[in-house]
Design a protein around this ligand. Structure first.
Ligand code: SAM
Length: 163
């Protein structure tokens, strides 16, 4: 059940930290058809609509080579999430589970991840399928799917010896 910032029966909120450790720089924005969390899919689907990932300067050069990958891992900041729940009731039925046992968007650091299919790249814009976030969700990072990533050269004996 989609939440719009309420605390449900038996859920537990804590006092969130006053300050945060990491200074994230959003590297772009995600454009999707969904403007309400009520309409957004809970997880992206391979046959979902084409969405756009628009990368900002000066990070566009970092896209070089990404076209070689069919699947890309997208990390995004679920910017409308509350961040203070340690127990949550996904079904809103009074039964709760710890936040880290759920893929809920409500988490202390609301990072979402999705493995998407790259449809095409046009300059700073990637068209992909498989997203599940609101229109204008901030982009945190892009990585090639780890299953498809092959290191350029296998590690050699001694590479990791520290003496
Ligand atoms: N695929 C990601 C993951 O597993 O890490 C996110 C899953 S989360 C269950 C997806 C839900 O987060 C959507 O259905 C929507 O209700 C909510 N959501 C999407 N974009 C959001 C945003 N920018 N801020 C807050 N909530 C968002």
């Amino acid at each position: 059940m989609v939440r719009l910032n309420e605390v449900r029966r038996n859920e537990v909120a804590v006092e969130a930290p006053k300050a945060f450790d990491a200074g994230l720089a959003f590297i772009g924005v995600i454009r999707t058809p969904w403007t309400s969390r009520l309409d957004c899919p809970r997880q992206g689907r391979a046959d979902g609509p084409i969405c756009r990932i628009e990368v900002y300067e000066p990070w566009v050069a970092a896209l070089d080579g990404i076209d070689a990958f069919e699947r890309i891992e997208v990390l995004y900041w679920l910017h409308q999430s509350r961040r203070d729940l340690v127990r949550q009731s996904p079904a809103n039925d009074g039964a709760t589970r710890g936040t880290f046992s759920l893929r809920t968007p409500v988490r202390p650091n609301p990072i979402g991840t999705a493995l998407v299919t790259l449809v095409k790249r046009e300059g700073a814009t990637l068209s992909v399928r498989g997203l599940d976030c609101l229109d204008r969700t901030p982009l945190v990072d892009l990585k090639p799917d780890r299953c498809l990533f092959t290191p350029l050269a296998p590690p050699q004996k001694g590479d990791f010896e520290t003496g």
